[in-house]
Design a protein around this ligand. Structure first.
Ligand code: GLN
Length: 496
């Protein structure tokens, strides 16, 4: 790692910035200018941000400063700049999903998560790179080109919210929004060295998230600390009349118990990670194995309990996930036909409507997205529905039952890796989709079960050249258990 590649010169956390603005100790305008300068300097080498809204951000910041001057409440995130993943609808800028299909798409409305953040006083400053339609684990499959890991520019940032994670880790913005269908918040957070929270399915409105797989997608924050994740999640959570799958439960109190000590917390560790069967490797890198062992030791020393648990159905989680996710994607992406939505191919006169659909979708979607549409369409086709899609739904139920059993046995959270290793090299897995999919082994089960989970930076993988790549550990909590999950994450963060 060279100096120019070293990540984040310490960035003031979101909660401190908001406090400064609310108490008029610092203006939102100066924070915005600072963020714009950081972006101008720090973004080109890593390609994390795709569009920057300097004028829009400055106008929002002056509005916040005017509220403070007038003695009005500017909101809990007053003046805090943030970046938004390219698949979240915003009325400012374009919402491209990093796809040629939506290259010129301007949303007529803001996603609910954006409306909430604006009402809380936050300042959207940029859009962030991602894998096309959030399909991928490396942010290499994007019309904007790949995002690079701020800790080592030859490596991926993870994905699909790699731009969001890299922007936070490089100190360009104090937080960013990502989406997580099968790990896309937690895995890039782990690879870049920041915190990433995927809330319970239904905790945060999906209105205005361009759907990948509707029964799995959730939006959440990527931050520099657990405290900021709690602060921002508290703003994002809560019912929304625009999303019928969003829980009517009010936004929980995520901050009051955050600093409580580890005593009484019980961490479940999947048994196969603790005692890999003789003669087999878990497939984890030495750094990941070491991080897990170290975390267990430190948690016990700090007074928490650790307990082996069983997640037998997890062995089938990847297979079930790639059937459910692609089935839903094939249906969700049917709307992009060049007529109702999306890129329209130029055809010679006399071409048929079928030809228009075919050419538009062939030109608009990358091979990876096309592969998933075909896989999902196949899984849903009448002859194969029972064998694939229906069976995947049964596995999904078993995966959830395993987690539920662990929580019923008293676990506060399940502790496990986010990925088998640290960030891999750019191009290393692009020609082998299956090896890319297998990276999701620790994250997809959580989405199938609809549970909340968080990635916390914990250790580094030391390479042969002595450089260190961040490794995050994942905590999974019971449904709607964000408050306890964040408390457990704060414990882990302090032990890192
Ligand atoms: N890597 C997973 C996939 O490609 C997860 C993506 C996501 O969470 N959006 O499907």
């Amino acid at each position: 790692m060279t100096d120019s590649q070293s990540a984040a010169h310490a960035l003031t956390p979101a909660h401190t910035l908001a406090h400064q603005v609310r108490t008029a100790a610092r203006s939102a305008a100066s924070i915005t200018d600072d963020a714009l300068a950081r972006i101008a300097r720090g973004n080109p080498p890593i390609n994390a941000l795709t569009q920057v809204f300097a004028d829009h951000a400055r106008a929002r910041a002056s509005h916040i400063d005017a509220l403070v001057a007038a003695g009005q409440d500017p909101g809990p995130l007053a003046g805090v700049p943030f970046a938004v993943k390219e698949n979240i609808c915003t009325t400012f800028g374009l919402t491209t999903c990093a796809s040629r299909m939506l290259e010129h798409y301007r949303s007529p409305f803001d996603a609910t998560v954006i409306t909430r953040l604006l009402a809380a006083g936050a300042v959207p400053i940029a859009k962030a790179n991602c894998d096309e339609f959030a399909m991928g684990g490396s942010t290499e499959n994007s019309i904007f080109g790949p995002t690079r890991n701020p800790h080592d520019h030859t490596r991926v940032a993870g994905g699909s919210s790699g731009g969001s994670a890299a922007a936070v880790a490089a100190g360009l913005v104090p937080f960013a929004l990502g989406t997580d269908t099968g790990g896309s918040i937690r895995q890039p957070a782990s690879h870049c060295g920041c915190v990433g929270l995927k809330p319970t399915y239904g905790r945060v409105s999906r209105y205005g998230l361009v759907a990948y797989a509707s029964s799995l997608d959730q939006c959440g924050p990527l931050t520099t600390s657990v405290c900021d994740a709690a602060l921002i999640a508290a703003v994002l959570c809560g019912p929304d009349e625009h999303d019928a799958t969003c829980s009517p439960a009010p936004s929980p109190d995520l901050l009051t118990r955050l600093e409580e000590p580890p005593e009484g917390l019980m961490f479940g560790i999947p048994r196969q990670l603790l005692h890999p069967p003789a003669g087999t490797a878990t497939g984890n890198s030495p750094g990941v194995t070491h991080a897990l062992a170290l975390a267990i030791k430190k948690l016990e020393a700090a007074g928490a309990h650790v307990k082996p648990i069983d997640l037998p159905a997890s062995d089938h989680a990847i297979a079930a996930y790639y059937l459910v996710a692609t089935a839903e994607a094939s249906s969700n992406l049917a709307r992009f036909d060049g007529v109702r939505f999306g890129h329209r191919a130029e055809l010679s006169p006399g071409a048929t409507l079928a030809e228009l659909y075919r050419r538009s979708r062939t030109e608009g979607f990358s091979p990876e997205v096309q592969r998933r549409i075909m896989l999902g369409t196949y899984a849903l086709s009448s002859g194969y529905y029972d064998a694939y899609y229906l069976r995947a739904l049964k596995v999904r139920r078993l995966v959830k039952a395993d987690f539920d059993a662990a929580f019923a046995q008293g676990c506060t959270a399940v502790l496990m890796p986010n990925a088998p290793g640290p960030a891999f090299r750019l191009g290393e897995k692009t020609s082998d989709p299956l090896s890319m999919y297998l990276q999701d082994v620790y994250t997809v089960g959580v989405n199938l079960a609809g549970l909340p989970a968080i990635s916390v930076p914990f250790a580094h993988e030391i390479g042969p050249d002595g450089t260190g790549l961040p490794i995050g550990l994942q905590l999974v909590g019971p449904a709607m258990g964000e408050a306890m999950l964040l408390r457990a994450a704060r414990v882990l963060e302090k032990l890192a």
